[in-house]
Write a protein that binds this ligand. Sequence first.
Ligand code: GLY
Length: 348
Amino acid sequence: MSEVQVLLEPQYTVKIEQNLLERVQVPHARVALIADETAAKYHLTKLVASLEAGGSSVKVFTVPSGEACKNLDVFAKLLSSLALEGLTRDAAIVALGGGATSDLAGYVAASYLRGIAFYVCPTTLLAMVDASVGGKTGVNLIEGKNLVGAFHQPKGVFASLETLSTLPERTFREGAAEAFKHGLIANPALMQPILEPGFNAESSNLETFLKAVIQVKADVVAIDPFEKHQRAFLNYGHTLAHALEAVTVHKLPHGEAVGYGMHYAAIVGKILGYEDVTGHTKAFLNYQQPSKLPNLGFGDVEPFMARDKKADSEGVRFVMLHEIAKPNLERVRREVLLEAWDEFKILF
Ligand code: GLY
């Protein structure tokens, strides 16, 4: 087993191993298990058995897969269900599924009785390397992605690697975007393994690789848990990505939007005279093979970019790479964004 410590107060551990779901136990008499309906088909029985073997009484709530669960309606229904079940403050929420499920479940945990314990069992690559670590929880609005939420750190993360083998190949490649991004912003050695032929859920070095990728996230979160500065660097490529997700009403999945968003950010950086990383981001898109973008103009994405959470009263700020592993948060002039959009759109 590999472990990454997230050095916050209180500290928690991300455990990474094959078949970990068979050993997940939490010190709570009552558990509300919020499970993505697809992940539940494959993994629910063994997770419930482990939790019950540890002495927890488990009530399961299944939610639609992916972003379809991440809204205020599902959130409100879950809160009512917990109240009707009579869950008390010493109960815990356990999330089983991808990043959307853990974002939703974490926000339920942050809100119910003003906050109860929360554990995550991520079942996608994206959730393992990003969403499950760091305590960002929340839901989407029609007006934009992740516009409502709270910081609520999990008490433990159980990344059970065999869950990745049940993912469609496309979903695995989607999640690789966040791992590649961790490479670009902090540790370039993490980029190459993704581009090597045969990188997939069965790769022999996956546990070691994921440990290094998750370490990047844990280090950033420990320095800046509430995104006052450095944590925003994890949002490289996300300003356009979130706009693309919102404008396509989530038909474009998050990891694919991040793949496109990183390439757009790389073009912006090249125009501004920073290190040209477009070769890396293009190589990643060649690996990822994202869905085709709909025919969008800059006017379609600009209003969503303007509502990005990194915006302040003076406007939108972008994460830019001055060099690989040297990110910075800065304002970019509209004409540069537009020029970059024209170059980006010719390609896709
Ligand atoms: N997904 C970016 C963050 O957790 O800050």
